[in-house]
Design a protein around this ligand. Sequence first.
Ligand SMILES: *Cc1c(COP(=O)(O)O)cnc(C)c1O
Length: 373
Amino acid sequence: MSDSLPPEATGLLTVDLAALAANWKSLKKRAGGANCAAVVKADAYGVGLEQATQALAKAGAETFFVATFDEAARLRTLLPTVTIYLLNGLNAGSAESVCGIDVRPVLGSMEEIDEWEAHADASGEEAPAAIHIDTGMNRHGITLAEAEALAPRLVTEEITFTPTLVMSHLACADEPEHALNRVQIDAFSSIIKKFPGVPASLCNSAGLLAFPEAHFDLVRPGIALYGGRALNAGENPMQPVVKLEARIVTIRDAKAGTSVGYGARLHLRRDSRLAIISAGYADGIFRAAGSSDNKKGAEALVADIRCPLAGRISMDLIAIDITDVPPDQIRRGDLVTLIGDSISVDDLAGHARTIGYEVLTSLGRRWKRIYHE
Ligand SMILES: *Cc1c(COP(=O)(O)O)cnc(C)c1O
């Protein structure tokens, strides 16, 4: 593996764009009659907006969701004709710029709706936009009462902008048994009846997988595209997309009873061999994934053997206990695998008491990125 990496480079992030495309196609199939968008916010969950969206568009995706205006602008330059929704809505005073790049804001408050309407009125533009209705998350979206009051104005065509989507977002879809799912699905099913003719969308990845009855007209998967786990329980049906490998900068012997790393929180129980790799928390390998005398940490694959991270994770370096790896199978300069093969992004996340989403979006800029078509 080390041949694919220039000798100066320290870590390798390989993105499998074929797996990304295959994941989108398999989710589209699961969506049945509904359209399947692609959520590409946060630099396409850290894998790279440009590369990911080109691959997704080639696979057939026509509708994309981003979070911020900058992401929308980057995407618009890349894909001049696709539909782009701006999840975080309309920043005050930004209507003209948003319209200018042909992006549809997801309007999440009456203030945003009023501002978008005023812009549509003044400019005479069609001003397409999504209306986000909060069905139980208290985050983004107008209330059900506000939606009820707004709906008649839409039916009588009094509204000056063009609602192209009415949507909501599930708070607990990763736990399909959670009672709030049913509450939200029911509330959404009733409120959209007041918006006849406007396509409806409720499901993220987990909702798509767990609630076929709630796909409505458009599903909005994000994490599942990137191979991350959407549902807390059961098998993850998606193909992994990200592989993460880091370079061994040195291999050293260390005596039983001595400690490893900052804080001296891990003491070696036997004479050990340590591989020190050039990756750390500045590269998104969270400090919480380190180990101590009382806590097991994450693992890395070293010559195909699972080896524990030893001691605290530093900003730029991590120690790995490679005592169990035959010495002739590993040397300075080799790569070890932090994510990939039998270690999923969610395995690493779990050791840091977080979720795959946070690991992917935190990977940072120091990895040398390689894209496989
Ligand atoms: C991020 C996001 C999604 C995608 O969620 P995943 O869990 O990554 O599939 C869908 N809809 C909204 C409103 C989002 O914010």
